[in-house]
Design a binder for this molecule. Structure first.
Ligand SMILES: [Zn+2]
Ligand SMILES: [Zn+2]
Length: 506
């Protein structure tokens, strides 16, 4: 440490130097130099620590909305989308840790309304982490509406429930293939012998998933799993980087056909359109991608644009410069900017230990060190999130921090960190320009001038509801196995009859 400088000064100087380096020349400066506290300003070390509330009151105060779905007569019930609306429903919002109130990551985006189809113009899912299937079901989203899934990276908290949606989709109303976008192989060399490169991309993942689910897919193929007529998308009609070809030997129109669309994660528009994942000329939805920095090479963020509206979902990442450029969006800005945020290591350790304030001792120190290592490889600290925002001009109309354990105290602490960099960031359902995501939060974004209106709502669902009503859109082909018992050895089965039980189930 240089003579005459305190530790804090050194930290401040090195932080500024790093920030300048990361962005290169011509970058915008943060509003003010950073002051880094030695101890948590949010959880002061006092004799009587405050009792954490373990609730997120902000969410309770949002206006309720009943998600739209089909009823038994195939009529639309609930609040259907407006023609100029982009609706973003958070189905899972949590960093990996088991929490009843927050499943792992998944975001459902629908746009517009097509009167002829009696459905939205288009829809896409970003990530599909563990536990989210229950939220999709509760929100009345049938499998037919869940056929396009964009993965940001292949961590379990972003793809675990794919098994469920792949296996049960054809039993529900997805009688057509499942399309899964995601990054190609990482290109990271194995540091151990034989120093090889793993085939760790989305195509290999889908191939393995398809094979792993063979017993399931065959066993349920006594049900119809495909339409008699299905208009297959092509590279051209969906604006894909390659022709959509299923892994394995499934009929390319079948519900069990799994179609990976692998993306070159190094692309971010160096050449025009070199980073397009999907550009459907019929619906007008365009989804592009860009690299982010998370644990291992290959993670990507996505930008969805439609009808003059835009949203970015970076998913998990260290603070980095691509998302700043994407959010500036050629000076147009974006409507909704969804970016991960992580609590400080000591808060993370404290929450995971059931403490009300940071602990002490060797076990505590070891845990905090481990949290620091995780964050250094993977995540965006609260203050870094604020710095990123300070570099984005114009500001997103609404910024959403996600992948974050929400509670009154964690959000209050995080907002204070962000405000250190951008004092104008405020949380509020009417006047707010920033919020923290929670499962079943619904954002309604309307195209209009001069600025789109953005409504923050919470979906009202029934915890004990059943599956969404099946909504098939054509005639279904005969199943692969004609009878429900074709795959069984029934020699020891007890049949219904006058001496056993009733065939009608009673
Ligand atoms: Zn991750
Ligand atoms: Zn994650």
């Amino acid at each position: 440490m240089s003579k005459g400088l305190t530790r804090r000064d050194t930290l401040r100087l090195s932080g500024l130097a790093l920030g300048g380096l990361a962005l290169g020349t011509g970058s915008r400066r943060a509003e003010a130099a950073v002051t880094c506290p030695d101890k948590s300003p949010c959880y002061p070390d006092t004799a009587t620590p405050p009792t954490p509330t373990n609730q997120y009151k902000y969410f309770n105060d949002l206006d309720p909305i009943t998600p739209w779905t089909y009823n038994a007569k195939q009529e639309v019930v609930g609040v259907k989308l407006e023609k100029n609306e982009m609706r973003i429903t958070f189905m899972g919002t949590m960093i990996p840790a088991v929490r009843r109130a927050q499943q792992e990551m998944s975001i459902f985006v629908e746009v517009g309304w097509d009167d002829e189809k009696n459905a939205p113009v288009d829809q896409a899912i970003f990530d599909f982490g563990s536990g989210v299937s229950a939220n999709y079901g509760a929100a009345g989203v049938g499998f037919g509406r869940m056929d396009k899934i964009f993965l940001n990276h292949l961590h379990g908290d972003h793809m675990s429930d794919l098994t469920h949606v792949y296996c049960f989709g054809p039993s529900g109303d997805r009688k057509s293939p499942l399309y899964v976008w995601g990054p190609g192989p990482s290109g990271v060399r194995n540091p151990d012998w034989p120093y090889n490169y793993f085939n760790d991309g989305t195509k290999a993942f889908c191939k393995a998933l398809r094979n792993a689910c063979r017993w399931h897919s065959e066993s349920f193929s006594f049900q119809g799993t495909r339409y008699k007529e299905y208009d297959r998308p092509t590279r051209k009609s969906w604006g894909l980087p390659a022709e959509p070809v299923p892994v394995g030997d499934d009929d390319p129109t079948d519900g069990y056909a799994l179609v990976p669309i692998e993306l070159d994660w190094t692309r971010y528009g160096q050449k025009p359109t070199d980073n397009i994942a999907y550009w459907n000329r019929e619906t007008g939805v365009k989804i592009s991608h860009f690299p982010v920095i998370h644990t291992r090479q290959g993670s990507i963020g996505y930008k969805l644009e439609w009808n003059g509206l835009s949203m970015i979902y970076t998913s998990d990442t260290r603070p980095e410069t691509h998302c700043i450029k994407q959010a500036i969006n050629g000076r147009k800005g974006v409507d909704v900017f969804i970016h991960e945020m992580v609590v400080p290591p000591e808060v993370w350790g404290m929450k995971n230990s059931g403490l009300n304030q940071p602990g002490s001792g060797p076990a505590w120190e070891a845990m905090v060190e481990d949290m620091k290592r995780v964050q250094a490889s993977s995540h965006t600290p609260q203050g870094a999130f604020g710095y990123l925002l300070s570099q984005i001009d114009p500001k997103p109309r609404l910024t959403v921090a996600t992948h974050f354990p929400v509670a009154d105290d964690t959000v209050k602490c995080a907002l204070a960190s962000v405000q250190q960099h951008v004092s104008t960031m405020v949380q509020g359902k009417a006047e707010g320009n920033m919020t923290w995501s929670f499962d079943l939060m619904v954002l309604r974004v309307f195209a209009g001038s001069p600025k789109p209106l953005i409504l923050q709502n919470k979906a009202v669902v029934n915890d004990f509801g059943f599956s969404p009503v099946v909504h098939v859109t054509g005639e279904i082909a005969d199943p692969k196995y004609a009878g429900p018992k074709d795959q069984l050895d029934t020699s020891t089965e007890i049949e219904a009859g006058p001496d056993t039980y009733c065939e009608n189930g009673y």
